[in-house]
Each structure stands twice: as structure tokens, then as C-alpha cells.
Design a protein around this ligand. Structure first.
Ligand code: SF4
Length: 367
């Protein structure tokens, strides 16, 4: 039997230590995972679990929930128990919630030492509790909440400042022989963020959680995250990612998965190869591409569908794809696996492509 070759990647993963976030491995021996964060009040248990279920269905690997108050901390045990994917409690100000989250069975806890006063006094107990419960930690350094001492030294949140903070915080855990943590050094400027992660990657073998913080609304945030994550992942840097968008969290997961698929760090699922159209187009390519994309949404098999506007590149691309159309003169030539199977009138192109895609998907095991 022929062994399917793994698709090429731009660089091997940087070698890191391995940690676990519940059942999900984070580190160079595990696939890059995708995270998101709930937007519901954590105390609204049903709404939070509903959102976690939606995130799970969209392909999210790990979910983070905010824990700003005692009431939030008090419901973590229910959420951690009922969530289908590992839950990380996000804690900024109160070390006591860290202990509650660990005891609640959260898979991991995110701490922001820059925001936790007297953090260093508590590290020993946090490390002991986390070790006893098999809980991992994320040290989440953020440009907006750098330790005052480091801000005074660097003047602003430079890559060097972010990294100095992260390395110092890592050393506090390592002094207590605790190593099950990953680090993030987030900034809203992709250039600063990329440089910070590059510097951090040289300083230790910690698994890294990538994020451009406050990346903005969906369009801008998608571009910023894709640019920054692409620059890092193409060097093998990054073990888990969170796209931050001012948009529903399911959108963050879709973007994160698409970034990984584009870099061959995840198996590509449905891929629409459509031309941008030009003065030669003999059909409305935008509408055709949108209708085919909408008609095939949710398909989970790797299928490449080409939607091309004319006969210049159309037949070539359509032939290379699993399925495709090359349009022209009010008709579409439908290609399946490189062969023209039929020519249909323009108004039947979408329906024919969807029908053929479903047939191919069924052959590939899509249920
Ligand atoms: Fe233009 Fe044809 Fe190329 Fe589409 S396939 S961009 S219509 S030349």
C-alpha cells in the first residue's frame, strides 16, 4: 500500500519541552493547537458551556475562561467537568483564584505576574499545588501590564522588555523545580510581537503560546494574526495559537485553523481555488465562488475545488484540483480528478459542483 507523504512545511518545529493542557499536548512533539476564549460571563454556566460546545464543534482544541471574581472561581469546577475540551482559567489579579482553579480541575491556569502583586511570594505554593494536581501554567506577559520595574528600565513595552519579564517569571517557577508551563509575550504590534517571540525562543526551550493581543475587528485582526503567526510558524516557532478578534470566538478558531492549514501544519480541509476575475471573465466569478463556498461549508474532507472565470488558466487549475469548473461562453466545463465529465449551462454550475463535491466527499468517507 502506498504511504501518503506528509505535505511540506516551511521549517521544522523548534524543539521544546513538552507540557500537557489536560489531554492536549503542547510542545514540539504535538501538533500546534488552536485556542480561543469564551465571551460569556463565566458565572453564567449554561451560556459558557454552550459557547464551549460551539467552539469544540468548530475545531477548537483548548478553551480559556475569564476568572475575574470569586463567583467565577466558584463555578470553575462545573465548567471544567462538563467541557469537552481542556479549560484554562484566566487569572490576572488574585492569586487565591489560582488555587481555586487548580483544585477545580482546570487543565491549566493562565497567570499574568505583571498584574499579580506579590506574585513572587506565592510562586512556591502555586508550583506545589499545580504539580500535585497535574495542572500546567501559562505565563502570560502582556504589553499592557508589564511589571513596573521593567517598564521603568525599558521605558515602554519593547521586545526586550517583554522577554526580560517572561524570562524572570519563568525563573521564579524553575527555582521551585516547576517546568510545566508555556509562555506568551503578547503585543498589539505584529512587528514587536514577532521580534519578542524570536528573542524568547533563543532563551529557553519553553513551549510558546502565540498571540497578537487586541488585534482588532475581524478583518484587521485576521491579517495581523496571520502575518505575525506566519512569520513565526514559518521559522518553526509556536506551539499553540490564539487569534484575538473583536468578533465571536468561533471566528477566531476558523482563522486559527486556516492559518495552520495554509502552512501545512494541519491537514487542509475544503480549499476553494478561485481566480480573482479580470477583464477576460465570462461569468460572475465572485458570486460563483461565494455560492460554492457557502454550499460546501462544513465539509470536513480535504477537497480542492477550483472556480475559474475563463479558459486562460481555468482548465489548468480545474484539472489540478479534485473538482473544478472552467467557465466560458455561458457554459462551464466541469472537471473531476483531471477529466472533463460534462459541460453545463452557467446557471447549473453551482449545483453541479456541489453535487459532485458531495459525491467525492462521500467516497472519501464524509458522513
Ligand atoms: Fe481572468 Fe480567466 Fe485568470 Fe480568472 S482565470 S483571473 S477570468 S484570466
Amino acid at each position: 500500500p502506498s504511504v501518503k507523504e506528509a505535505p511540506p512545511v516551511l521549517a521544522p518545529r523548534r524543539t521544546t519541552r513538552q507540557i500537557k493542557v489536560g489531554s492536549v499536548g503542547v510542545g514540539s512533539e504535538s501538533p500546534v493547537s488552536v485556542q480561543s476564549m469564551t465571551t460569556t460571563p463565566t458565572t453564567d454556566i449554561n451560556a459558557t458551556l454552550q459557547q464551549i460546545a460551539e467552539l469544540t464543534a468548530s475545531g477548537c482544541d483548548i478553551v480559556r475562561v475569564a476568572c475575574p471574581s470569586q463567583d467565577d472561581a466558584d463555578v470553575l469546577h462545573i465548567i471544567a467537568k462538563k467541557s469537552q475540551i481542556p479549560v484554562i482559567a484566566d487569572i490576572h489579579f488574585q492569586p487565591k483564584y489560582v488555587f481555586t482553579a487548580i483544585e477545580a480541575g482546570c487543565a491549566a491556569v493562565r497567570v499574568n505576574p505583571g498584574n499579580i502583586r506579590k506574585f513572587d511570594d506565592q510562586v512556591k505554593e502555586i508550583a506545589r499545588a499545580a504539580k500535585d494536581h497535574g495542572t500546567s501554567i501559562r505565563i502570560g506577559v502582556n504589553a499592557g501590564s508589564l511589571d513596573k520595574r521593567i517598564m521603568d528600565k525599558h521605558g515602554r513595552a519593547t521586545p526586550e522588555a517583554l522577554v526580560e519579564s517572561a524570562v524572570w517569571e519563568a525563573s521564579l517557577f524553575e527555582e521551585h523545580d516547576f517546568h510545566d508551563f508555556k509562555i506568551s509575550v503578547k503585543h498589539n504590534d505584529p512587528v514587536v510581537m514577532v521580534r519578542a517571540y524570536e528573542l524568547l525562543a533563543e532563551k529557553g526551550d519553553w513551549p510558546l503560546h502565540l498571540g497578537v493581543t487586541e488585534a482588532g475587528p475581524a478583518f484587521q485582526g485576521t491579517i495581523k494574526s496571520a502575518t505575525a503567526f506566519g512569520a513565526l510558524l514559518s521559522q518553526g516557532i509556536g506551539d499553540t495559537i490564539r487569534v484575538s478578534l473583536s468578533a465571536p470566538p468561533v471566528e477566531e478558531v476558523k482563522v486559527g485553523l486556516q492559518i495552520l492549514q495554509s502552512l501545512n501544519l494541519r491537514e487542509r480541509k475544503l480549499e476553494i481555488v478561485s481566480c480573482p476575475s479580470c477583464g477576460r471573465a465570462q461569468v460572475d466569478v465572485y458570486t460563483l465562488a461565494d455560492q460554492v463556498t457557502a454550499g460546501l461549508e462544513g465539509m470536513s474532507v480535504p477537497l480542492r475545488v477550483a472556480v475559474m472565470g475563463c479558459v486562460v488558466n481555468g482548465p489548468g487549475e480545474a484539472r489540478e484540483a479534485d473538482l473544478g469548473v472552467a467557465s466560458g461562453n455561458g457554459k462551464g466545463q466541469i472537471f473531476v480528478k483531471g477529466q472533463v465529465i460534462k459541460t453545463v449551462p452557467e446557471h447549473d454550475i453551482v449545483a453541479t459542483l456541489i453535487e459532485e463535491a458531495n459525491r467525492l466527499a462521500a467516497e472519501m468517507g464524509e458522513v
